[in-house]
Design a protein around this ligand. Structure first.
Ligand code: SAH
Ligand code: MG
Length: 232
């Protein structure tokens, strides 16, 4: 930020609602332009759920599993910034199975020539820095089950969008859903009730979460499902 530019508080003092609204609109614009796998309407539904979570829990902690180049990160980061929450955006940044060479969602421009492996971390960083979200968003670089095995902070919102295969998807659910606080939110991406539209695991997680009685539905937009914890 330029040293002479108003702080967020000063900005909202001179123009009570316009400042925050302008900032949110700008972040939505940046999220839409970012590389990734999140349709515009689903991104805005994710942002809306995260705003509810950030408003419901003081000093809220959000975790997203599956950051890729930072698209969903900016939607969630916008809500974190607006509510004083902190978003931990987790990814090993080597891509999922379906992102590897020869698979449907491969992007050769994301391969690091030195290692020959996908490395989305520089792009993720550019996206988050470009959105000026570094005070609200923390990158966690590592394997999701390793991180969840040491995690202890209760979550106001957890967004599962990591590996979509059977094993990684269930590992994310088992490792992260217990950290979702009572009354807090769990969002799952790429839930396709019709097998013709996409893979089973995210849909199976969603069904399991509802069947367990621990979560109830709190909205759906495209393949995004929002759940809220009502019990253990
Ligand atoms: N939310 C993103 C898309 C995520 S794609 C968007 O809005 O565009 C899925 C991501 O999950 C990939 O970046 C992949 O590297 C990550 N991932 C897959 N398995 C993982 C694991 N075990 N640990 C950490 N990240 C993982
Ligand atoms: Mg997804």
């Amino acid at each position: 930020m330029h040293p002479d530019s108003p702080t967020p508080t000063e900005r909202s003092r001179t123009s009570p609602t316009a400042g925050a609204g302008d900032r949110r609109a700008r972040l939505v614009e940046l999220a839409r332009a970012a590389t990734g796998f999140m349709p515009d309407d689903e991104g805005e539904a994710l942002l809306a759920a995260a705003l509810r979570a950030g408003e419901a829990f003081p000093d809220a902690t959000f975790v997203e599993i599956g950051a890729w180049c930072g698209k969903s990160t900016v939607y969630l980061g916008a809500a974190a910034e607006a509510t004083g929450a902190v978003l931990f955006s987790l990814d090993h940044h080597h891509g999922s199975e379906e992102n590897q060479a020869g698979w449907e969602h491969h992007d050769p421009t994301l391969v690091d020539p030195a290692s020959g492996r996908i490395d989305t971390l520089p792009r993720w960083r550019r996206t988050v820095m470009g959105a000026d979200l570094e005070r609200s968003v923390v990158g966690l670089v590592g394997d999701s089950p390793v991180v969840s095995s040491r995690w202890t902070t209760p979550l106001a919102l957890c967004f599962i969008d990591g590996g979509h295969g059977e094993e990684p998807a269930w590992a994310d659910f088992r490792g992260w859903s217990p950290h979702v606080a009572e009354g807090a939110w769990l969002a799952i991406h790429d839930v396709f009730p019709d097998p013709a539209d996409g893979g089973r695991p995210p849909y199976d997680l969603w069904c399991h979460a509802l069947d367990s009685g621990a979560f109830v539905e709190d909205g759906e937009t495209g393949s995004l499902r929002i759940l809220r914890r009502v019990g253990r």
